[in-house]
Design a binder for this molecule. Sequence first.
Ligand SMILES: *Cc1c(COP(=O)(O)O)cnc(C)c1O
Length: 497
Amino acid sequence: MLYRSTRGEDLSVSSSEAIKMGLAPDGGLFVPASAVTVSSDFLAGLVKASYHHRARAILELFLTDFTPEELDGCVAGAYSSEKFNHPDIAPVVMLNNREYILELWHGPTCAFKDMALQILPRLMPLAATKTGEQDEIVILVATSGDTGKAALEGFMDVPGTRIIVFYPEEGVSQVQKTQMVTQEGRNVSVVAVRGNFDDAQTGVKEIFSDRALSRSLKQSGYRFSSANSINWGRLVPQIVYYFSAYLDLIRDGEITAGQPVNFVVPTGNFGNILAGCYARRMGLPVGRLICAANRNNVLTDFIRTGVYDRNRAFHRTTSPSMDILISSNLERLLFEITRSPWQVGDWMRQLRETGRYTVDPATRQEIQALFWSDFADDLETARTIRETYLKHGYVMDTHTAVGRNVYTKYRQETADGARTILVSTASPFKFNESVVRAILGPAAISGKTEFQLLEVLSRTTGLTIPRGLLDLDKRPVLHSRSVAREEMKQTVISILG
Ligand SMILES: *Cc1c(COP(=O)(O)O)cnc(C)c1O
């Protein structure tokens, strides 16, 4: 399997090359050069298999220059009982006779980013060796909260790599910030940027595209790469859990093989839901992919009208990991639909220059056949958390609740009765302040830190506080660097010496 860029014709690289580079040199994203499909026999053979076995079977279809032994090693290391506190890795929980919840947050940082960021750091050094890389790989990350910690945890002490994470000083929760500034590891740096997430993200993109800087770092033996979902190595491991959830429902007798199932995905950068789209293209019987947004509903508007317009106010919400106005992975979807690098490049140029673009009617119709979208505001999100807890005794985080709220709207509008899997992207303990407030009311959070609220949530619901969040406030702060947006480049230079 070779990979090409969404914006050009001539590039053709191996999977290890695509993973090592992160971003294509023409500014596009790497996508498989040809379609990957699986048969119903392939599915049938995996019904009784473990998550590890399923992961191996999917990964080897895409990462063809890795040996089966290498993939086995990566999978075993990533999805181990030391890292994941659930034996099924990505368990499916039944909510009622129509809705199921796919829990993707049993990894070390309590958000779904672990599903990919536990394995990417194991693939990266192998990719470097296979491509004859001599230089140390420097992973630059801009994060709104969850990616940063998951990438730090994954790349900690990985030989041949360094990782530098930039987070917005004011834009992350207390738990998220503490998770990052207490990170151990010889090769990790964590830097607060005085600004918002967009400032951090723009700063990182500028460093990536600074050719003079790349040249001078090359002389010192460094090469940049990315652990954000623009890296294809983030996408493939996410395809696995769509298959795994479907296979679980067959195994448990909830559906019969071939029966279509919908997925609801709380969406920000469009990476998670895009993996679901690839699973569908491979032949997994997926009905509708329901794209759930919060008040930053740029994707809902796009899916409904074909107009992508980021010229709008940015809102801070109780589902901060979805507070994003530029969804990078949409570029891959547009390429898969049009197969026209020229057309995709032109839309992306319009987005850069004017902040908006409009797709043609044929593309819009194809998108609407695959996806349905709506959004939920903070009040609706809180109401869904409360109702789900009272009616089903199930505690969900704010991002997952956005998904369930939007699913309710989908049912009202379409009356589609198909079985539906709600993709749950974070542990309720990670966003405990909003969850406790939704369940117990505002008085319950007043005057309490997020660390105290972990206890409150645990006492109220009987759930155990996840390992990764326990005693967080008692760990030593190891990173206290804080810089202005203009100082980011200089900071990278000084960290690398
Ligand atoms: C990152 C994240 C999302 C959004 O996922 P995308 O792949 O960016 O669409 C949703 N929920 C949580 C908790 C996240 O961390």
